[in-house]
Design a binder for this molecule. Structure first.
Ligand SMILES: *Cc1c(COP(=O)(O)O)cnc(C)c1O
Length: 365
């Protein structure tokens, strides 16, 4: 087993990697999140020692005392980003510094330890490097990177954990939605909300996802693929999907997306698309949009495109919106022109096919 040191990380190659032929078959047809790579990054935190034992090693199971705090009080946060294969055979991350900042904002909200941004970014870079052979080079494929952190204090009492495990795993992925880039149907939930003012809506924590599953199940029962949440106070303003932000495109060419008021997750994709749209001279309003406006503007033809966005699915058109007493179609179910143009501009930068005017691309090889 090869062992070496890279910066703060002790690196140990797996002695039992997946055989090359098997790995190549997985990477050629990865699905989404089905396979994990050979290695993982781990870093420990304790109140006495601070961050220590930074390591890239063989991926292995975690062993936890049954009273470990995360198992009872959901002290867990995570991130999601991708490593993209570039035309010259190298690879790059996309804005990992933005994920590092957001990770620490999530940590602050859940009373968890702050990790130095550089240590976070290095952990993702080193894992992507050691598992480079797992980065797909066909189509929209990429290597999905999943940093996460859990409270590991062994205690049944409920207080901020005094120790944490930070880890990164990676999974080769293809298209997020089975239908590729055809339109997604959404169900407007009246029974459930995702986040309230003062709550954890802006933190990327597993608890938010657990709390959205009943709404997601309701959407599925209604024949929809995703749920769209309204604000918790007036039950009128569109917020986002369970794991994606949402944009509206009007016939006059302007774009609108709900503002970041603390109940919406500040997506890196959302932020990048706002910038790219403005670069193209488009007007983007970060202002609230109501469900009654949504219904009215579809009927009048003022609203011409709607799309969801996030790292996993990139940009996905929304072609049907359904709720209590209404069922409306938008467009022809495919990728409309503004949605397609923004998706192409973003993915061209991520995959190294276009210039990177904002310094978003982070080469790892
Ligand atoms: C992760 C996430 C998004 C998308 O964020 P990106 O940084 O664009 O991947 C949107 N909404 C929620 C609730 C999320 O957890």
């Amino acid at each position: 087993m090869e062992k070496r040191q890279a910066g703060q990380f002790a690196i140990e190659q797996s002695a039992t990697p997946v055989p090359a032929a098997e790995r190549e078959a997985m990477v050629a047809n990865p699905g989404f999140g089905k396979y994990l790579t050979d290695h993982m990054a781990t870093i420990r935190y304790s109140a006495e020692k601070g961050w220590h034992d930074a390591r890239i090693g063989p991926r292995e199971n975690l062993s936890l005392n049954p009273s470990t705090m995360v198992l009872h009080y959901a002290g867990e946060i995570f991130e999601g980003m991708k490593t993209y294969r570039h035309p010259d055979g190298g690879a790059a991350l996309f804005r990992p510094d933005a994920n590092a900042r957001r990770f620490n904002n999530s940590a602050a909200r859940l009373a968890m330890a702050q990790i130095p941004e550089e240590l976070f970014v290095e952990s993702v870079r080193e894992l992507a490097r050691i598992d480079q052979a797992w980065i797909p080079s066909e189509g929209d494929g990429s290597l999905y990177m999943r940093p996460f952190m859990i409270g590991t204090e062994v205690a049944i009492g409920n207080h901020p954990s005094d120790s944490f495990l930070y880890a990164v795993i990676a999974s080769p992925v293809g298209s997020y939605f089975k239908g590729g880039v055809s339109g997604v149907s959404v169900w407007v939930s009246e029974d459930f909300t995702r986040a309230a003012p003062g709550g954890t809506g802006a933190a990327k924590c597993g608890g938010n996802y657990a709390a959205a599953l009943a709404a997601q199940a309701e959407a599925a029962k209604q024949g929809c693929e995703q749920v769209v949440f309204l604000d918790a106070v007036e039950r009128r303003w569109i917020e986002e999907l369970a794991g994606m932000n949402v944009f509206f495109v009007f016939e006059d060419g302007t774009l609108q997306t709900p503002p970041l008021t603390g109940t919406i997750l500040p997506g890196v994709t959302r932020d990048s698309l706002i910038q790219l749209a403005r670069d193209k001279g488009m007007t983007v309003h970060e202002t609230p949009y109501a469900i009654d406006e949504w219904r009215r503007d579809i009927a009048s033809g003022k609203l011409v495109e709607v799309f969801a966005c996030g790292t996993a699915a990139v940009v996905a058109p929304i072609s049907q919106i359904k709720g209590q007493g209404f069922d409306l179609k938008i467009g022809d179910g495919g990728m409309a022109p503004v949605t397609a143009d923004l998706r192409k501009s973003l993915t061209d930068i991520q995959f190294g096919r276009a210039d990177d005017p904002h310094g978003w691309v982070d080469r790892i090889s």
